[in-house]
Ligand binder design. Sequence first.
Ligand code: FMN
Length: 201
Amino acid sequence: MEKPSPRILIGITGASGAVYAQRLLQVLTEQLQRVYLIVTDSGRQVVDHELSNSADEFSLRKILSDKKHPRLRIFANDDFFAPVASGSNAPDAAVIIPCSMGTLSRVSHGFSTTLLERVCDVVLKQKKRLIIVPRETPLNHLHLNNMLRLAEAGAWLVPASPAFYHKPRTMADLVDFVVSRVLDCLDFPHAISSRWNSRML
Ligand SMILES: Cc1cc2nc3c(=O)[nH]c(=O)nc-3n(C[C@H](O)[C@H](O)[C@H](O)COP(=O)(O)O)c2cc1C
């Protein structure tokens, strides 16, 4: 019998790095029939601001303004009647990319005042995968404590910090590096970035 496709929810918040979310959604929707999406109010503003010059074929800005995409199910962040709000219908994994320090703080303290925060709470309580891609610099004591709380609760912290050992040439290479690490955490097969010394295997 064929393995069912993973149910993955992507959360986008008002941290810098909307392009990471755009690329992750592009890769996932190429292979999955359905991906869930929640965007915070600030997330929408930052998407609008940061991707305004983007000529990418897969345009997150356009998807959010059209409020639709054939493979995306977009939930409003105040829709607590959404199926993913319940542990009985929790996604297999949630990725908050990019994750603001505000959302990170609220999730690390179990706030569930928005649907995105509630989904994170549910994913943790159901022992599913919560992957957080924090973006801030420098980090203060509170940020670090909140990240530690989340790591102790079982979340995966995948900072938006691209590496340079693979000799990136373009911004897309840098973005793909971070997105490929997220896909690895999801056990999602991909070939969007090369692996270190794989020819030696
Ligand atoms: C252009 C722009 C970039 C921002 N970048 C960051 C960031 O990298 N990290 C962060 O924690 N907040 C950042 N902020 C601030 C957040 O958007 C703000 O704290 C907001 O309340 C977060 O709300 P949310 O967590 O509900 O999305 C940025 C705001 C703007 C307008």
